[in-house]
Design a binder for this molecule. Sequence first.
Ligand code: TGC
Ligand code: FAD
Length: 390
Amino acid sequence: PDLFEAPDYYNIDDLLTEEHKLIRDAARAWVKRDVSPIIEEAAQKAEFPKSIIPGLAEIGAFGPYIPTEYGGAGLDQISYGLIMQEIERGDSGVRSTASVQSSLVMYPIWKYGNEAQRKKYLPKLATGEWMGSFGLTEPDHGSNPAGMVTNFKDKGDHYLLNGAKLWISNSPFCDVAVVWAKNEEGRIHGLIVERGMEGFSTPETHNKWSLRASATGELIFQDVKVPKENLLPNKSGLGAPLGCLDSARYGIAWGAIGAAMDCYDTALRYSKERIQFGKPIGAFQLQQKKLAEMITEITKAQLLSLRLGQLKNEDKATSAQISMAKRNNVEIAIKIAREARQMLGGMGITGEYSIMRHSMNLESVITYEGTHDIHLLITGLDVTGFNAFK
Ligand code: TGC
Ligand code: FAD
């Protein structure tokens, strides 16, 4: 009752289980109660609202598909997607915090870590007692992470870590960071770096016009002594961080639909109430064209994500399929945000409505986790067999 009525033009709810709907509605109610009232101010002030961390944990946003024995929610991939959708309907920055914690910090510890690491970190990350960040991108290596220069040397009883990561979500307040660095042979490994280790600092990046309610910063390592037990032992090479990205990108494909739904819903309501030339603006063909195209694209994105979720549940989704969904759904969301903003006229640029915030946030979402162009090249490679990256 009284929840956001999400567009469901093709009765996609009929394809969900009762559990999916319960999980989605719990996340939806939480966003309405705890995120929507505070998010505009947080974005205006460019502050991550830490008060929402326990709520994120409660709705299962930290490790939705991580087994319950490690504190995760033990849910399937569609539930994970629906949670991301609801959170991003509130704000992409809040979804970023959840994506990083779940797919980029808990996932590698669960998949590539040993039992001691899983037991030490996962339960505290699941409750939000500890917050994590993921360091892959460097100042000179964004789309091409294989070129990274951050490195560690074997010093007998510990590793010595040097380098710097840039554009790191959650960095300014993280307790632990999963950091990707090269060993002396140039092989990429994941290391768990903890706040307080000497030589490790996390300066914040200011003056963002996008994702303002998410804290972004650097991870700087100057001769950081990392205990040997903090190396993730079970996978190395670029495929290890890329495997984490597959999981996060999948969540973003769902999340972007949430942002698009919120923009569409706002524009639709406005179009019925705003009178110009003696009629609601929704009665004019040009405004109807915008709304009709928005609901068409949202419906297509929902079906794409749901099918991808089924494939993921069966462990059959390919990285290229995930790239297609991330790229498509973020693109339709950014276009919908732009059109919806225009439908609100001057009101559309204010913080009275969420659209402009979504629009600005999505400029980050279309860039991070692989840019729009990188995902196109992944599809291009997949269908032609020719690598156009290099
Ligand atoms: P390439 O030679 O293609 O691959 C190297 C190795 O990785 C394997 N691989 C994958 N494994 C798992 N999942 C994937 N998606 C994979 N893609 C490739 C591949 O099989 C190979 O394995 P092996 O065993 O043969 O060594 O690598 P490349 O150097 O040519 O690069 C390919 C490229 C450009 C697609 C890739 O590097 C890329 O995706 N670049 C974009 C970088 C990116 O997405 N960065 C994101 C940083 S994290 C972030 O943005 C968080 S935002 C916060 C939030 O989520 O909210
Ligand atoms: P570049 O790689 O320099 O790309 C610049 C342009 O060139 C892009 O348009 C790109 O598409 C294009 N381009 C690059 N290579 C090619 C090519 N081969 N062919 C055609 N075009 C090409 N990273 C993390 O590791 N952890 C995080 O938590 C994290 N959070 C982020 C949060 C925010 C708010 C932002 C903005 C970024 C975050 N990132 C994070 C970094 C993000 O993943 C990178 O910004 C992204 O991968 C792109 O890298 P870049 O910015 O260096 O751009």
